[in-house]
Design a protein around this ligand. Structure first.
Ligand SMILES: C[S@@+](CC[C@H](N)C(=O)[O-])C[C@H]1O[C@@H](n2cnc3c(N)ncnc32)[C@H](O)[C@@H]1O
Length: 696
């Protein structure tokens, strides 16, 4: 290897990364791993029998160079080094870099400029069973992927049928068919990388933490559990290894199981293992990424790979993760997704499982950290919020709050109300029909207004108002209004029409010069008239659903202890800054629902199951909330809770806690016993909250 050349090429790679247009970087997920994290992952993944290596999304070659370099320092030799990269300039630099690296070594080097999701790509490489597939799958959100999403799915399905043999082919095909359309590109990328590893070989990935925090990541969790054995996970800590990353990062190394072992469904698995996951705190992460002192990546990797005994490197923490917990987490959260129902037997829904006394203090799907709370003599069934008839979702997304949200500027006069537009529209005062305004809870700072005069922010709900120039279209569609039973819209007042026209023409700062009407999330409001469906225009928000005007809500980002608020009369709309709860069952009034979620049990579970963010905040997405196990409450508990919340003083909290905890201790439990358990849980919730805030 020619050190000068390779150093020069590395510098070129860094420089190229900086010059790539940001829109392309986002569309292709071009955020490269860098030398230190690449070396750490390569050290963790390389074994003596690693002869054939692939990076199917290789970028400028950071990971694959690291794999080759680590191999040169250890016994064993990489004979085949294969890379695929979709972007021509990036692939070309990768090729030059790997050519210099392997010069004179007789390595079978192939760098393809191709789409990894195109079935033709892997026919060019011939091998489909590598000893090591190492990759940093592109993190591209589905909104950015646009129409490409379905081509990716189709390519993945084709690859599964050509690369894999029965019976594991069915696993991949079901996951490829079934992963959510809301998944980011790292999800299908993981499925693709996973199928290219030979049984017994290794998959080494740099993954966004979404594989564990998002519901859509469950397919990846499932794949790791069903077809792999996870050997090592290293997690970053805030502020994280990658300054641009929106989410945390994990390094995951897993060994592929034999096809026979993978063929056994998890519901039939009898033996489960536990493994230690390593978290690198800011100090260790700084070492690993290269700022500060020269890191000793090899030593850190040896410690991680070894027994993790002996002197623990500064700044590392360990936690034990059991495969059985993983399986519980995948199954938790209401009705299993279709792919899971295809791949696993569900004789009994996990949400209705009883905690059998024979299982001792291990109630199955409680988070590991809480299992000791449940004593062997406690008897409890657990259920999810959905089992209780509650629904969980996210509040309103308008696609452009700067246009659709306005502030009340005075009292209504006649049928019009004065409102102030956002600063993007020069904070103009506009008179808007009062009937076209709905109060919306936009930010946490407005929470106190729920209990008084209502939030100051209003939504422009223009579903029944059109621009004068759109009246012709409306009139042409009169039969469609009649057939659909919808009211024919009226012409909007002149001042409002001027504001709407201005928004259709003005480009908004920070939106790549889009006008409001052009924004991708607003364009979808437009619908041409059909025989039975009247037209819709860009300024008409879609109809509001129950999740937008829920019974209760909790902020999605919480610095303090999360608190759920009742959305009582008059009910307001709730923004997507909040997770929302609602029910078709009238017994779940807003107050009762909020009381349940503010019970000590729920607060502790929420604190444990939410996602910890940089800065010590706790994120509560609907996917986290749907998974909370709640002691199975009978109908009588619900009635009693209703009575308890009526007292609306501090005693109602105690009463609700007793009702929620009673199924755990049994009917004969005394108030003193229930209060003592509540105190233990409250303490724990406070410790967990303080712990996350300290982890900043
Ligand atoms: C997160 S980067 C990682 C690159 C490199 N492995 C590293 O670790 O630095 C992801 C790379 O995947 C490439 N990519 C995105 N979609 C691809 C596709 N469909 N086929 C092949 N490469 C793709 C991007 O251009 C980008 O270079």
């Amino acid at each position: 290897m020619h050190c000068d050349d390779i150093t020069q090429l590395r510098a070129e790679a860094r420089a190229l990364e900086q010059t790539l247009p940001i829109a392309r970087r986002k569309a292709l997920g071009q955020f490269f791993t860098g030398p230190r994290i690449s070396r750490l992952l390569a050290h963790l993944a390389f074994r003596e029998d690693t002869g054939r290596v692939l990076d199917p999304m290789a970028g400028t070659g950071d990971l694959i160079e690291a794999a080759y370099a680590v191999a040169n320092e250890r016994p064993g030799r990489i004979r085949q080094l294969h890379a695929v990269e979709i972007d021509a300039s990036v692939a070309e630099l990768c090729r030059r870099r790997l050519e210099v690296l392997t010069r004179g070594a007789g390595t079978d080097l192939r760098v393809l400029c191709a789409d990894a999701f195109d079935a033709a790509t892997f026919s060019l490489l011939a091998e489909k069973d590598y000893d090591l597939v190492i990759a940093n799958p592109p993190y591209v959100r589905y909104q950015t992927m646009g129409d490409r999403g379905e081509a990716v799915r189709a390519g993945l399905l084709e690859a599964a049928s050509s690369v894999l043999k029965r019976p594991v082919r069915n696993i991949w095909a079901t996951l490829a068919n079934g992963y959510s359309g809301l998944a980011d590109l790292s999800v299908p990328s993981c499925l693709l990388c996973g199928m290219l590893v030979r049984p017994g070989g290794r998959l080494a990935l740099v993954l966004p933490a979404t594989w564990r925090t998002r519901n859509y990541g469950k397919v990846v969790r499932y794949l790791f559990l069903r077809a792999y054995h996870i050997e090592t996970v290293v997690e970053d800590s805030p502020p994280g290894w990658f300054p641009d990353a929106l989410v945390g990062t994990h390094l995951v190394v897993a060994r592929r199981l034999s096809d026979e072992a993978a063929a056994v469904p998890l519901s039939d698995r009898r033996e489960w293992i536990e493994s230690d996951w390593v978290k690198l705190d800011r100090l260790a992460a700084t070492h690993a990424t290269g700022a500060g002192q020269k890191p000793n990546i090899g030593r850190l990797a040896s410690w991680i790979l070894g027994s993790k005994s002996g002197s623990r490197p500064e700044g590392t923490t360990l936690r034990t993760v059991s495969d059985q917990d993983e399986w519980d987490a995948i199954r938790a959260g209401g009705r299993p997704p279709a792919w899971l129902r295809v791949l696993e037997a569900f004789p009994q829904s996990p949400s209705t499982q009883r905690v059998k006394p024979s299982r001792g203090p291990d109630p199955g799907w409680l988070p590991h950290a809480l299992r000791d709370v449940i004593k062997p003599n406690m008897r409890a069934g657990f259920c999810t919020l959905e089992d209780l008839g509650l629904r969980v979702g996210q509040g309103l997304r308008t696609g452009c709050n700067r246009f659709f949200y306005v502030q009340r500027a005075g009292e209504p006069s006649g049928e019009l109300t004065p409102v102030t537009t956002s600063t993007a529209f020069e904070s103009r005062i506009v008179l808007v029909p009062t009937a076209a305004l709905r109060a919306v809870l936009h930010r946490q700072t407005e929470l106190a207004t729920l209990a008084s005069h209502g939030p100051p922010t209003l939504v422009l709900d223009l579903r029944a108002w059109v621009l004068p120039e759109d009246m012709d279209t409306v009139n042409a569609a009169l039969p469609a209004y009649e057939r659909s039973g919808l009211t024919v819209p009226q012409e909007m007042p002149a001042g409002l029409a001027n504001h709407v026209r201005a928004a259709a023409l003005a480009s908004l700062p920070g939106t790549a010069h889009s006008t409001v009407a052009d924004l991708s999330a607003v364009r979808t409001n437009v619908r041409a008239a059909g025989p039975n469906s009247p037209p819709r225009f860009w300024y008409m928000l879609p109809d509001f659903g129950a999740r937008h005007a829920p019974e209760a809500l909790v902020p999605r980002i919480n610095h303090d202890t999360p608190r759920t608020y009742a959305n009582t009369d008059p009910k307001v709309l709730v923004d997507a800054n909040f997770s929302t709860f609602w029910s078709d069952d009238a017994r779940w009034s807003p107050d009762v629902l909020a009381a349940l979620l503010n019970s000590t049990w729920c607060r502790l579970l929420v604190e444990t199951m939410g996602a910890k963010l940089g800065g010590g905040a706790l994120k509560l997405e609907a996917s986290h909330l749907r998974q909370i196990p709640i002691p199975s409450l009978g109908g009588d508990a619900l009635e009693a809770m209703k009575t308890a919340v009526r007292s609306a003083d501090a005693s109602s909290v105690v009463l609700v806690d007793r009702l929620v905890l009673k199924p755990l201790l049994g009917r004969s439990a005394s108030h003193a016993e229930l209060d003592a358990l509540a105190a233990v849980l409250r303490n724990r919730a406070a410790r967990a909250r303080d712990g996350r805030r300290r982890s900043v």
